[in-house]
Design a protein around this ligand. Structure first.
Ligand SMILES: [Zn+2]
Length: 247
């Protein structure tokens, strides 16, 4: 915990965070998570998540398409997924409770990848006000009763995955929707996903929700965008992009 706090403080006290610094920190944080959390040994689950990630990543523009993307599936009930600015993507097996097929999983991963391609972490790291540290540390203390994964992820959020602003969340939703449609995933699955999330939220989603806007708001925004992306999806399917990922 102390280490995470120091890491967070270091980020905030550094007046300007460079992309290289963020990428280095991402690599270190992700390696630590692999050591400290349970990594899934379920080959089918791992293949499922990798299959969706591959289908999305190949649709990215450069330089992101050629990024050194690194995916890990963590065995943990938390309904969560994240992507770090260095291209590290973490998915928790708890996410399968709400992302029940490849299209819904693509909605989550497309959103997280969009945070990376939009450079949201860098903007956020460079706009942190010192007063926010106190708020975040308070939030962390109140979450301290959560399981090990929750703590570590929260630590990672302090350094790398601090809650995004509402505008960034909306941007990631829209960019993620475009990306999944380009890859041949059914865009309306994003709405299904957030309905599933809303059903689960009272019990098991404090962490995920705390960094994301309400389901109602995002469902409305996604629905408004669907007519624009349906043709993109149809085109992708016609061009033979028909991902076939399952557990
Ligand atoms: Zn987000």
């Amino acid at each position: 915990m102390q280490k995470f706090l120091l890491l967070a403080a270091a980020f905030i006290l550094t007046s300007c965070v460079t992309p290289a610094q963020l990428q280095q920190a991402s690599v270190a944080e992700f390696a630590k998570m692999r050591e400290e959390l349970d990594v899934s040994e379920n080959a089918a689950d791992r293949a499922f998540v990798q299959c969706v990630a591959d289908a999305l990543i190949v649709q990215l523009e450069e330089p992101y398409r050629s990024y050194d993307w690194d995916l890990e599936l963590f065995e943990d009930d938390a309904i969560n997924a994240f992507a770090m600015p260095g291209g590290q993507i973490g998915v928790f097996t708890g996410l399968f409770k709400t992302a029940t097929n490849q299209h819904q999983l693509a909605a989550v991963m497309g959103h997280e990848i969009a945070h990376v391609t939009s450079g949201h972490s860098l903007k956020r790291a460079n706009s942190q006000a010192a007063t926010q540290v106190g708020i975040l540390v308070g939030a962390m203390a109140s979450e301290a009763v959560r399981n090990n994964a929750g703590l570590i992820v929260l630590g990672a959020q302090l350094g790398l995955l601090l809650p995004y602003g509402r505008a960034q969340e909306s941007e990631a939703d829209i960019d993620g929707l475009d990306l999944m449609a380009q890859a041949g995933f059914r865009p309306d699955a994003s709405v299904e996903l957030w309905r599933n999330m809303a059903e689960e939220s009272p019990r098991s989603m404090p962490q995920f929700l705390s960094t994301h806007p309400s389901s109602d708001t995002r469902i409305e925004q996604l629905q408004a965008r669907l007519p624009a992306v349906e043709p993109v999806y149809e085109q992708a399917r016609a061009a033979g992009l028909r991902p076939d990922c399952s557990r």
